[in-house]
Design a binder for this molecule. Structure first.
Ligand SMILES: NC(=O)c1ccc[n+]([C@@H]2O[C@H](COP(=O)([O-])OP(=O)(O)OC[C@H]3O[C@@H](n4cnc5c(N)ncnc54)[C@H](OP(=O)(O)O)[C@@H]3O)[C@@H](O)[C@H]2O)c1
Length: 377
């Protein structure tokens, strides 16, 4: 095969919505896959859909004028189609796959229309507002034989694979417990009620927005642990939500999961008080601890502290390891997964299977139903 023939055919993405995360995702699509040693994938932004044509054009302008955008990517963006509706993107024959970056209450309707138009879908987390909505989407994906995946990008980061390998190898002994905290003081009182973190109609509250991150570390390290031989989901032992009085959504959430043969995970989210970046995830094992530093969505540093026979002491040595994302934010890795799954003709990803999105969505349904937070169901 000649070198030209060997080049992967670009996957043409249709981006739905032009907010904060869509820009980050789009920028990552423009990152040269060679920077992450991926020679089998290629991405293009084929079209952008917004509720207004001005929004779509402004999105492309923002990307074109970004100092990080190369001249080659600028000419690619010039060819990108802009639409003042989402439907036009779903129905564009030159679009191969849809990325959904709308607020969570819109995910179900957006993904449904895209799948019904026969387009594969990568949908931002949280997948939907309820398990029943998610099951509806899975049914359409199966009926239409079309790919569908929740965009929990942290699953695909190199550091996730590295940390999984260490914890699952047993090098630190049996897992005892995991603590995962995603807390940021967003100062909600200083925002208008219409802000999506506050307004129940836009899926407000800490759990739905931030909860997928503690959940992904608990799932990848404990649910996937070889000691969980039955692969049985954990018991949701208890949960608590503090209600943000202004709108009735949750200000913070805590929930405890227990995997019978592995250990416990205490998960925390908060939109009213900061958490630490020095230990956003702590995995305590029999012989030592693994501690992740940085943002829980994309930490780049981990430490290993082995304990002596008599328990922790001031002499315990802390070893530090860096696993940075070479270029971009790191959302490019989930885009690569979508590329490979579609190329293989798969309708779901082994690394982000529907059953695990269902498991997490089920926790969120239960937690919200029992606390009485607004926007439930
Ligand atoms: N993976 C991650 O790291 C990550 C990070 C942040 C957020 N997220 C997820 O991504 C989704 C979007 O978050 P975001 O921070 O990008 O939100 P955002 O900045 O508010 O953008 C949301 C976009 O959705 C569109 N939209 C459609 N209907 C809307 C409505 N009724 N009200 C407001 N916007 C509407 C708008 O785009 P148009 O006007 O162009 O239609 C808007 O710009 C959420 O589900 C969130 O949980 C993921």
């Amino acid at each position: 095969m000649s070198e030209i023939e060997a080049k992967p055919k670009p996957l043409r993405w249709g981006i739905i919505a032009t907010g904060n995360i869509s820009i980050k995702f789009a920028k990552d699509l423009l990152v040269d896959p060679a920077t992450r040693d991926a020679t089998d994938v290629a991405h293009r932004i084929g079209a952008v859909g917004s509720r207004s044509i001005e929004g779509a054009k402004a999105f492309i302008h923002k990307l074109e004028t970004d100092p990080g955008t190369s001249t080659e990517c600028q000419s690619q963006l010039e060819a990108c189609k802009t639409y003042g509706s989402y439907d036009e993107v779903y129905n564009d024959p030159d679009v191969d796959v849809i990325y959904i970056g709308t607020p969570h209450p819109m995910h179900y309707a957006n993904a449904k229309r895209a799948l019904e138009a026969g387009k594969p879908v990568l949908c931002e987390k949280p997948f939907t507002m309820s398990l029943s909505e998610l099951d509806g989407l899975i049914k359409i994906a199966k009926d239409k034989n079309v790919f569908l995946m929740e965009g929990v990008w942290t699953r695909f980061l190199p550091i996730m694979y590295r940390v999984q390998e260490i914890i699952h190898s047993g090098k630190l002994g049996k897992v005892r417990r995991l603590f995962a905290d995603f807390s940021i003081d967003f100062r909600p009182d200083e925002h208008p009620y219409s802000w999506r973190m506050i307004d129940p109609a836009l899926g407000g509250g800490s759990l739905l927005d931030m909860g997928p991150y503690p959940a992904v570390w608990a799932t990848m390290l404990l649910h996937h642990h070889p000691d969980n031989t039955s692969k049985k989901p954990p018991t949701l032992v208890f949960s608590h939500q503090t209600i943000y009085a202004r709108s009735g959504v949750d200000a913070n959430t805590r929930w405890l999961l227990e995997w019978e043969d592995v250990g416990q995970a205490l998960c925390v989210t908060d939109m009213t008080a900061h958490g630490t970046h020095h230990g956003c995830v702590i995995v305590t094992c029999e012989k030592g601890d693994l501690i992740l530093d940085g943002s829980i969505a994309r930490p780049s540093t981990y430490h290993i502290i082995m304990r002596g026979e008599d328990g922790p002491s001031a002499d315990d040595v802390k070893e530090t390891f860096e696993v940075p994302v070479p270029a971009g934010v790191g959302m490019c890795y989930e885009a690569d997964e979508v590329y490979r799954c579609i190329k293989r003709g798969e309708i779901q990803s082994d690394r982000m299977p529907w059953e695990e999105s269902r498991m997490v969505q089920g926790w969120f349904d239960h937690i919200r139903a029992t606390s009485g937070a607004s926007g439930t169901g």
